[in-house]
Design a binder for this molecule. Structure first.
Ligand code: SF4
Length: 733
């Protein structure tokens, strides 16, 4: 009987009065989702939707992208430049000319008094590539400090370093399409459903069609681990041991691709000798994975026609992050899994344009993956910019994580922070706070004035946010996507490109050089400099990128002339024999002896402290903390704890506790869950005055990336009223 069928009310979607949809690219993570922002007849952004014809996301967006139109007018935006002589004074509002001339005078004073490198710059992975390129030109060609880095040192430096050590260059060799071709996937310290939901959906769809095994290596039962065929709950910090043990089995059982190894690599014999020390029985005692599982995984991976390794912060944020990446590359190389469909070694990048800064910002070298250490590279850029090559340093200066200790030691006196918030993002907050207080001049350039680092600034420069400006991002799979301008910058804020250009005019050298105003003109400079490089984008233009919803590099002038439609770009790198970026074209197999150098739990601090991300938040919550629909899922800092461990300490679900490390303490609400083992707690990294009050941040020797995920803490029950008061005070900052 169909009684009542016609009485149902259809679902009504509120009419937001959208009159136009503007094409752009999501400005949060590195997935690179194509997004359209709907504006009403007053030009106000009121809606967001995924772009169906875009290969990356095929119409979908995650929780962050869906509400991204709300960030333009969100709370805490900077309206106009601010200035003060002393960080204990009130800020006064000033015009841009005064802010930038004061900043330039301070840079000149500090450099004349203490030396060129006494003024440091730390940038981001969030701004557009044209901005990165221009900041690099200003930092390297005008200001001339060698202490210039990006906050990508906190997330992707180990991937960069590992790619360079194995392949001779940075540049992820694979792409998302590899999910559709692989026969086995190992995910190392990567929780795709929460960190990169749309990449997870691409993987999941491919896996459901082709049923290939998913192996997840993670000390925690993450959402991805819950979906794994095999979960390896590894002891924190011992990835290299597991990698060596897998290779031990592969070589002992003759499962390697010897033809590929002979034609494409150097160093096989030394690697073989090292991994002989890591038989599964010995390795199991260190890494906590039983020997049969190690053998099974090694066979499953090596016998697959094509095998894929992906990783994120679980590998990178470690004292041996760079070695972990090299270990993954070793595994891929000995099984011939590079440059073929479904066979790759793919770092899943964090920030929306961490790739853009790696390619074009000159942070660790010069544009287009050029090196300061290479004379020809220095000469080429000097000629192109009109700078004396002797002005460039002959090797890279300090990384971000070395800049802060240098401030502490009095070697650096001025700091310009561009789109980064070290008071929340750096390990050991108490130390960072004292460090920032020592600066003679601190400039914070950010779209928000209420970031936790602003109280330590002498100058605040309000930057236009995301789609208030125009330019490109590069995503995880080397796809260059365009962000079109949706609206004018908020109040008196300015695009980063405008700020860099205007600051350049404050210097005699800057006035002699060419600093184009238009993003498309800057892109033309980058195209010219890219010709013949691995990162060749000479066939691209802003319009071509939009038409095709992104184009992967390399995409050369020659490819454009062939008029392939749609432009294919470089789906994969190193597809031909011996085309790696070392002089003989061969990749390096590098032996990795294991060094146990982390802080570990002991009697006084008996728990491993693990940290990571939540799907609803991005980085230091500068944006998502202001968006109601994101923030409401986790407005309060919390800690995952195993119920058995909690019972031992008489700790209840949803009670407040004090987590204590050798550095400091943090008040968090307890969430009881079996996701963490009995000897581990997990705290999300997004909250101010929280997990980074506890972290130690020992550095990887190659990448200088901090170990955010391996520290030791104890947990103490506390007075609940006092804890609730402290917690509320933290949230109101
Ligand atoms: Fe944006 Fe990343 Fe979400 Fe895509 S997956 S909508 S790029 S935050």
């Amino acid at each position: 009987m169909l009684f009542g069928r016609n009485k149902k009310n259809p679902i009504k979607i509120a009419d937001k009065g959208i009159v136009k949809w503007n094409y752009s690219t999501c400005g949060y993570c590195s997935t690179g989702c194509a997004i359209e922002i709907g504006v009403n007849e007053d030009g106000i952004p009121v809606g967001a939707r995924g772009v169906a014809g875009a290969d990356v996301n095929r119409g979908k967006l995650c929780l962050k992208g869906i509400f991204e139109h709300e960030i333009f007018e969100s709370e805490g935006r900077g309206k106009t430049p601010l200035l003060r002589d002393n960080i204990h004074d009130e800020f006064k509002e000033v015009e841009w000319d005064e802010a930038l001339s004061t900043m330039a005078s301070e840079i000149k004073r500090i450099q004349q008094t203490y030396g060129r490198d006494a003024f440091a710059i730390v940038s981001t992975g969030q701004i557009l590539t044209e901005g990165f390129y221009t900041l690099g030109k200003l930092a390297r060609g005008v200001i001339g400090t060698n202490n210039y880095d990006g906050n990508t040192t906190l997330c992707m430096a180990s991937a960069v370093s590992g790619y360079k050590r194995s392949f001779g260059s940075d540049g992820p060799p694979g792409c998302y399409e590899d999910f559709e071709n692989t026969d086995c996937l190992i995910a190392w310290g990567s929780n795709l459903p929460e960190q990169h939901p749309i990449i997870y959906w691409r993987f999941k769809e491919a896996q459901e069609k082709r049923k290939f095994p998913l192996i997840v290596v993670d000390p925690r039962v993450t959402m991805l681990a819950q979906n794994a065929d095999i979960h390896l709950p590894i002891t924190p910090g011992t990835d290299v041991v597991l990698m060596n043990a897998l290779m031990h089995v592969i070589l002992a059982e003759g499962l390697q691709d010897q033809d590929y190894i002979d034609a494409n690599t150097n160093g096989f014999e030394a690697l073989k000798a090292e991994v002989e020390n890591y038989d599964p029985m010995t390795a199991a005692k260190i890494c906590g994975i039983d020997e049969d599982t190690i053998r099974n995984v090694a066979r499953l991976y090596a016998k697959a026609d094509s095998g894929m390794n992906i990783w994120t912060m679980g590998i990178n944020q470690s004292t041996h992050g760079s070695d972990g990446v090299v270990g993954i590359n070793n595994l891929s190389l000995i099984t011939g899994n590079i440059g073929k469909p479904g066979g790759t070694s793919l770092s899943i990048t964090g920030q929306c344009n961490a790739m853009g800064t790696r390619e074009w910002s000159s942070c660790s070298g010069l544009p287009g993956y050029r090196l300061l250490e290479n004379e020809q590279d220095r000469q080429e850029i000097a000629d192109f910019w009109g700078v004396d090559p002797a002005f460039f340093p002959k090797k890279r200066g300090m990384a971000q994580t070395d800049i802060f200790p240098a401030i502490e030691a009095g070697k650096i006196k001025g700091l310009w922070l561009v789109g980064t918030n070290p008071m929340t993002s750096m390990p050991n907050t108490a130390r960072i706070r004292k460090t920032l207080e020592k600066l003679e001049c601190c400039v914070v350039q950010d779209s928000y004035v209420d970031v936790e680092t602003t109280p330590y600034a002498h100058i605040h420069l309000p930057a236009a946010i995301w789609a208030e400006k125009e330019g490109v991002f590069t995503n995880t799979e080397r796809r260059v996507n365009i962000t079109r301008k949706v609206k004018e910058p908020y109040h008196n804020s300015k695009a980063d490109l405008h700020i860099f250009n205007a600051l350049a005019q404050q210097f005699e050298q800057g006035r002699k050089m060419n600093f184009p105003d238009q993003p498309s003109e800057v892109f033309e400079e980058m195209k010219t400099l890219s010709k013949g490089r691995l990162v060749d984008i000479s066939g691209m233009s802003h319009d071509l990128i939009e038409e095709n919803r992104g184009v992967q590099w390399p995409y050369t002038e020659q490819q454009l002339k062939k008029d392939d439609k749609p432009p294919q770009g470089g789906k994969r790198l190193y597809t031909e024999t011996a085309t790696f970026r070392f002089p003989d074209g061969r990749a390096k197999l590098i032996p990795l002896p294991f060094a146990d150098n982390n802080e570990r739990p002991d009697e006084q601090f008996p728990f491993w402290l693990n940290s990571g991300r939540l799907v609803e938040h991005f980085h230091t919550r500068t944006r998502t903390g202001k968006i109601g629909n994101n923030n409401k899922y986790s407005p309060t800092p919390f800690m995952e704890m195993n119920p058995d461990a909690a019972a031992d300490l008489n700790i209840q679900h949803q009670s407040y506790v004090r987590a204590v490390s050798r550095r400091g303490d943090a008040v968090v609400m307890v969430m009881l869950t079996q996701r963490v083992p009995r000897n581990m707690v997990f705290i999300p990294f997004h909250f101010f005055d929280c997990v980074n009050r506890l972290t130690l941040g020992l550095l990887d020797p190659y990448s200088r990336q901090p170990a955010f995920k391996q520290a030791a803490v104890r947990i103490e029950p506390i007075n609940q009223e006092e804890a609730a008061r402290l917690n509320k005070a933290n949230r109101q900052f």
